[in-house]
Design a protein around this ligand. Structure first.
Ligand SMILES: C[C@H]1O[C@@H](n2cnc3c(N)ncnc32)[C@H](O)[C@@H]1O
Ligand SMILES: Cc1ncc(COP(=O)(O)O)c(N)n1
Ligand code: SF4
Ligand SMILES: [Zn+2]
Length: 514
């Protein structure tokens, strides 16, 4: 059974949720990092976990976690995030202060359960949801939110572009125990009837304040798409594939002016600091195909993102940096190394990357391969890709497929990086598997329901739950059963050897099988 348990911190309202798996036999229970949050009841709403923490600090021009971290303060949010990972709160504070980690936590999102994004911590995953002009249901999106977090999304981005963007986001935020990210440019574009040329700084500014008041925790800002970089993407196989990037490029060319997100960046920082919104510096020039990976346009923009990272830090605003996209395996490492170098170790947040372009309908797999690699190289958060990528808006089932694929990638990276708590989970599952504790194996797995149902497809009867085989090899060929017998031989062999020794070495050695 999986059960929710809480670990308490230095004050009574720091209660950190875990999923505890009780195991059979003499095995101690295993605690899993829990992202699922409290059960959502739309009539009651979520508990406002952070309410008192925010109120105690009061309003101000710089109410950011980075601001407190730099002054040596461990906030309740930092302690909460540390307890979730089984790490020292001082490590969380130090990494935030150094800009190597962020804790996205808008003062207007008290429902959020804090977590920390940075290379020293568990690799996090983000799930994208949101309406489009073609599919515009608020209830569907709230369901995707709860479904995504049910399977382990650490943050969710609302990328809505439909008719009711404000209302959709309100429902998402009030029902979300994970930080919510947005791309405010999408709503700004709706406000000017979808014509990029009509965009203005004023419309954009009004939009970010609207979203800041609602409680958006981090915002993608495509401030690195400079006028002079746009021609660099002209000869690409797939041009500019970022929505925000293409919008800003269109604006720059039409006005022949520098990107207003870049020229007004300091004003943005002042606003973000008042709410503690984190920047997710958008990669508007990311490659959208294998052919375009690591090209001049992509790396020119990255240099600008490095410059903007340092400016945000002047204002105590937290920053992460977005990365690609479509990148074949041999070009992945350079992406992390360059980003870490150029952006002074600010956390990296990548979309995949997709390691090949040939598998539409399976891009959760093409991209989970790249995500696992880039995570192991030090990327802090992985943005999922669903099987619907390039084909249409993901539904609830696609959201689950994407989240599970990315939980696998993130955990595989945690193991490779040696996060202190990652290994325990694998060991517990492997032991259960080797000891034919089938129920424990199911309950410890990322998707217990599917594991159980796949097993039961061929062997549904109750005795099969303790059987020393499954239908893959059958009883006679079960290598793990044979391994147990080998162990017995070895143990008996040792006993016999001991007896042989006591007998003066005159016995012929024969293993005893009972
Ligand atoms: C940047 C990435 O965001 C994803 N994306 C954009 N809009 C949505 C949406 N409404 N729902 C889910 N994913 C979306 C696409 O997968 C794109 O590749
Ligand atoms: C990791 C990640 N997630 C979302 C976006 C926003 O999308 P777009 O750049 O297409 O507007 C992005 N740039 N990077
Ligand atoms: S996902 Fe579809 S709508 Fe979006 S850029 Fe690709 S083809 Fe265009
Ligand atoms: Zn793509």
């Amino acid at each position: 059974m999986r059960q929710k348990v809480y670990v308490t911190g230095s004050r009574p309202d720091i209660r950190v949720p875990f999923q505890e798996v009780r195991l059979g036999g003499d095995e101690p229970p295993v605690r899993l990092y829990d992202t699922s949050g409290p059960t959502v009841d739309p009539d009651v709403g979520l508990p406002k976990l952070r309410r008192d923490w925010i109120d105690e600090r009061g309003p101000g021009d710089r109410v950011t976690q980075l601001h407190y971290a730099r002054r040596g303060v461990i906030t309740p949010e930092m302690e909460f995030a540390a307890l979730r990972e089984g790490l020292d709160p001082e490590l969380v504070r130090g990494e935030i202060a150094a800009g190597r980690a962020i804790l996205p936590a808008n003062v207007n999102h008290p429902e959020s359960e804090p977590m920390v994004i940075g290379r020293r911590f568990l690799v996090k995953i983000n799930a994208n949801i949101g309406t489009s002009a073609v599919a515009d249901s608020i209830t569907d999106e709230v369901e995707k939110l709860t479904w995504a977090t049910r399977w382990g999304a650490d943050t969710v981005m609302d990328l809505s572009t439909g008719k009711h963007i404000h209302r959709t986001r309100e429902h998402i935020l009030r029902n979300s125990a994970v930080p919510i990210g947005t791309v405010p440019l999408y709503q700004a574009l709706e406000k000017v009837d979808g014509d990029p040329v009509k965009l203005t700084w004023e419309v954009y500014r009004e939009t970010i304040i609207e979203q800041a008041e609602q409680g958006v925790d981090y915002m993608t800002v495509h401030a690195g798409v400079l006028l002079r970089y746009v021609p660099l993407a002209a000869d690409r196989v797939t041009g500019i594939v970022s929505r925000g990037g293409s919008i800003m490029a269109a604006w720059c060319l039409a006005h022949h002016e520098e990107n207003f997100l870049y020229t007004r960046f300091r004003e943005l920082c002042e606003i973000f600091a008042r709410y503690d919104i984190a920047f997710s510096l958008g990669d508007g020039l990311r490659p959208g195909s294998t052919a375009d990976a690591n090209d001049a346009a992509q790396f020119a923009e990255l240099d600008t993102l490095g410059e903007l990272t340092r400016i945000a830090w002047e204002y105590d605003v937290q920053v992460m940096v977005e990365g690609p996209g479509h990148v074949p395996m041999h070009l992945i490492k350079e992406n992390v190394d360059r980003q870490q170098e150029v952006c002074a170790q600010a956390p990296f947040y990548t979309l995949g990357p997709l390691t090949t372009d040939i598998a539409p309908a399976y891009d959760h797999i093409t991209s989970a391969i790249g995500a696992a690699m880039i995570g192991a190289f030090g990327t802090a958060m992985l943005c999922y890709v669903t099987p619907k990528e390039h084909l249409g808006l993901p539904n609830r089932d696609d959201v689950k497929e994407g989240v599970i694929a990315y939980k696998i990638a993130a955990h595989a990276a945690d193991l490779a990086k040696g996060h202190p708590t990652a290994r325990e989970w694998d060991d517990a599952l492997s032991k259960a598997r080797f000891e034919f504790r089938w129920e424990d194996q199911f309950n410890l797995s990322l998707d217990p329901e599917r594991a159980r149902s796949y097993h039961d497809e061929t062997l549904p009867a109750e005795p099969a739950k303790t059987a020393h085989f499954c239908s893959m090899c059958g009883p006679k060929f079960c290598s793990m059963r044979i391994s147990h017998e080998l162990k017995e031989y070895a143990a008996n062999g040792m006993r016999d050897k001991a007896r042989e020794f006591a007998d003066g070495g005159n016995r012929v050695y024969l293993p005893v099988v009972d």
